[in-house]
Design a protein around this ligand. Structure first.
Ligand code: B12
Ligand code: SF4
Ligand code: SF4
Length: 255
């Protein structure tokens, strides 16, 4: 087994169950001489379940961490690739990443999905329930796995996402993140819940459960709920983000 297969297999067991390879062209600012990028994602609930099992066994992995999911991914990568040579570099899609990488175009280049009306990368198996988690940049030339094959499901869909959105956040059929964020500022109808994402029929059997969905969309409250579900009573940290207000234009917030 080569190092890519070995790493992907090990990380797959930790919940990073979707992998692809993108071209490293234009990414020398992340790794000088970069030629390829191995992109790792979590489809559905596998990573969440793996993390919850770990937090139950080691409550300090929640109580000592501002971002327990990011920390879980960091430990998984360190275990899978303990001594990466200088020819490769890991960057997580985390709140405090090693470097900023725009993950959606990268994962698109790795064939992990289509662009969608929801603004999210739509995976053939997991639909919009794909979290992009990490990328390993390498100077090795690896076979690129993109683009994704098949027709974009959005082309034949009447737009269940847009119809379900109570915030009128779709402009010409496509999500405006500014309008979505503005709706979060003036209403709590989407507190911990994106009705549009939940309405997408693609990969719907892989939808996040209510706790995971809430956690990703309203982390402060979601973190309290997570600690309670795991019966961890001594958590004094606050979940952070998503910072909706930062993305809302003032005009739209008053709409
Ligand atoms: C900042 C941020 C936000 C901001 C707003 C971001 C924005 N501009 O849309 C806020 C806090 C509001 C937000 C909310 C959410 N986010 Co967010 N967010 C990010 C983050 C950290 C950076 C995005 C960014 O600013 N990119 C750079 C700017 C310049 O890009 P941009 O102008 O928006 O878009 C350019 C290109 O990216 C391209 N493009 C734009 N959209 C898309 C979509 C696809 C599929 C492709 C190929 C290209 C493309 O066109 C633009 C011009 O070049 C990424 C993680 C990352 N590091 O990439 C996650 C990320 C995009 N978010 C994600 C998610 C899931 C969400 C939420 C659902 C909440 C949540 N946390 O679960 C919501 C709703 C998002 C939605 N429906 O679009 C996922 C998306 C996964 C996927 N399958 O696509 C990411 C990748 C994080 C992750 N760990 O997986 N997010
Ligand atoms: S509901 Fe339909 S239009 Fe919206 S993202 Fe899903 S497939 Fe695309
Ligand atoms: S969070 Fe609410 S306003 Fe934003 S896209 Fe989802 S349903 Fe629409």
């Amino acid at each position: 087994m080569n190092w890519v297969d070995e790493i992907c297999t090990t990380l797959g067991a930790a919940g990073l169950n979707v992998a692809g390879i993108a071209s490293g062209h234009g990414l020398d600012h992340i790794l000088p001489g970069c030629r390829s990028v191995v992109v790792l994602a979590s489809g559905g609930t596998a990573l969440w379940e793996a993390m919850c099992a770990d937090l139950s066994a080691h409550p300090a992995h929640l109580t000592d961490e501002d971002h327990p999911l990011d920390a879980f991914v960091a430990r998984a990568i360190a275990a899978a690739d303990p001594n990466p040579p200088p020819s490769r570099r890991w960057v997580r899609c985390a709140a405090q990443p090693e470097a900023f990488v725009d993950f959606r175009p990268l994962a698109h280049g790795a064939g992990m999905g289509w662009t969608s009306r929801l603004g999210l990368l739509l995976n053939p198996e997991f639909g919009p329930w794909l979290g992009l988690r990490a990328a390993c940049f390498t100077t090795e030339v690896l076979p690129v796995s993109g683009p994704v094959v098949g027709k974009n499901p959005c082309d034949a869909c009447p737009g269940h996402c847009a119809t379900a959105c109570p915030g009128a956040a779709f402009v010409e059929g496509r999500l405006s993140i500014q309008k979505c964020a503005a709706f979060h500022v003036r209403s709590d109808a989407c507190h911990g819940r994106c009705h549009a994402r939940l309405a997408c029929p693609v990969g719907s059997t892989h939808r996040h459960g209510p706790l995971q969905h809430h956690y990703h969309n309203a982390r402060a409250d979601g973190r309290r709920r997570l600690a309670a579900a795991l019966k961890i009573t001594k958590d004094s940290r606050h979940g952070v983000g998503p910072h909706w207000a930062q993305w809302a234009s003032a005009d739209e917030s008053k709409a």
